[in-house]
Design a protein around this ligand. Structure first.
Ligand code: HEM
Length: 373
């Protein structure tokens, strides 16, 4: 058993820019470093990254790795409050988590969302139709607004808050952390405003009668926030790939395959959120101390062919919005195929660049110049 302090760290979280088509050199270094890699965070804190899929699935189903930030060491930036302070799907564990999941599940299931396919496609069509003529940048004018419109409509947020909330979502990609604080506050405000209006927020309130409106608002914020950056970035790589290949003659099943493959090759969440060892745990030949912060390298584990991959996670914290995300991604492809058959990239695919903020977060295309008609 290796002592966890003797392994030199790698630094996969520095951020930067990279062509969409280029492989990530840091990720290759992570994989080469073994199934469990000691990594250094931008502030200097040590973290552990699981790079091998079978080990990842074990960690994601092992209750000794908890998402409750009550177990977190000092020095990990951007954590939510502990579950006891603020009920949240992403930090609750055990029975409290199961209860929250049961309250959310029927509202976000495939069956619950089936009736929203047409409405979602109509949102994509309306937003795309309003763009152009001539060259447009879908990252500036579509990929943020489209998923935000869909999710705010679903939860029941007042439509007049859409513009300022979209602005806040763009600010979340800013390199200035002060901007992030303001953006979170704006998103939280919009999410709270949904409680009491017709929609998912109020249904959640009915299902979780012991939580107050503030707490329900925070759960809604959890959905809006978790879904926004991921789906925004996913739309960039998906639309770039779809426009490069062309959609003429594709079936709906082909579109589902395309969504799956792109999410696997360019996972918008390249790492899971943090888990913390609740006690010393032996993993990959290393003894991790209690409190050790652990991430799964989703992108690195998703390089093999076939299988479901880990793009939406695994185990009890599997993405609560996976059906909604797939529905949104599928819908925009059907709209491109039927309403914008002439759509094409306005630059060479090799010129598309992703910017990665520092930290264990995903990248996003800096621009997606397209001619739609
Ligand atoms: C392509 C888009 C998306 C991707 C790739 C994605 C990915 C993920 C991943 C990997 C996790 C697990 C994190 C972990 O285990 O630490 C997760 C959890 C979660 N996602 Fe998503 N997500 C997407 C869209 C959405 C949407 C649209 C929503 C909401 C409507 C959403 C809501 C959530 C929530 C609430 C969780 C936490 C679930 C829990 O901890 O029980 N996600 N997502």
């Amino acid at each position: 058993m290796t002592d966890s302090t003797t392994i030199p760290p790698v630094r996969p979280f520095e951020g930067g820019r990279r062509r969409l088509q280029d492989p990530d050199p840091e990720r290759a270094a992570l994989r080469a470093a073994g199934p469990l890699v000691r990594a250094e965070l931008p502030g200097g804190a040590t973290a552990w990254v699981v790079t091998e899929e079978a080990a990842a699935r074990r960690v994601l189903t092992d209750p000794r790795f908890s998402k409750d930030t009550a177990h977190a060491p000092h020095g990990i930036p951007g954590l939510e409050p502990p579950a006891a302070e603020r009920p949240s799907l992403t930090t609750a564990e055990g029975a409290a988590h199961t209860r929250l999941r049961r309250a959310h599940a029927p509202l976000l299931s495939q069956r619950a969302l089936a009736g929203r396919e047409e409405r979602t496609a109509a949102t994509a069509r309306t937003l795309l139709t309003a763009l152009g003529p001539g060259e447009v940048d879908l990252m500036a004018d579509f990929t943020t607004r489209y998923p935000l419109t869909v999710v705010l409509d679903l939860v029941g947020a007042p439509p007049e808050l859409l513009d300022r909330t979209a602005e806040a979502c763009r600010a979340m990609w800013s390199p200035d952390p002060a901007e992030h604080g303001r953006a979170f506050a704006e998103l939280l405000r919009t999410s709270r405003a949904a409680v009491g209006r017709p929609g998912l927020a109020s249904e959640l309130r009915d299902r979780l009668g012991d939580l107050d409106d503030d707490e329900i608002g925070y759960l809604v914020f959890g959905l809006v926030f978790a879904g926004q950056l991921t789906t925004d970035a996913a739309l960039g790589s998906l639309l770039a790939t779809a426009l490069e290949r062309g959609l003429t003659g594709t079936s709906d099943a082909d579109l589902d395959t395309l969504v799956h493959d792109v999410l696997r090759r360019h996972p918008p969440a390249p790492f899971t959120l943090w888990r913390f060892a609740t006690e010393p745990v032996d993993l990959g030949g290393v003894r991790l101390p209690a409190g050790a912060p652990v991430l799964i390298d989703i992108r690195g584990t998703g390089t093999g062919e076939g299988g479901p991959g880990l793009s939406f996670g695994y185990g009890s914290h599997f993405c609560a919005g996976a059906h909604l995300a797939r529905l949104e991604l599928h819908a925009v492809l059907t709209v491109l195929r039927t309403s914008f058959p002439q759509a094409r990239l306005a630059v060479r695919p090799g010129d598309l660049v992703e910017a990665y903020p520092p930290g264990p977060v995903g990248g996003r295309l800096t621009a997606l110049p397209v001619v739609l008609r």
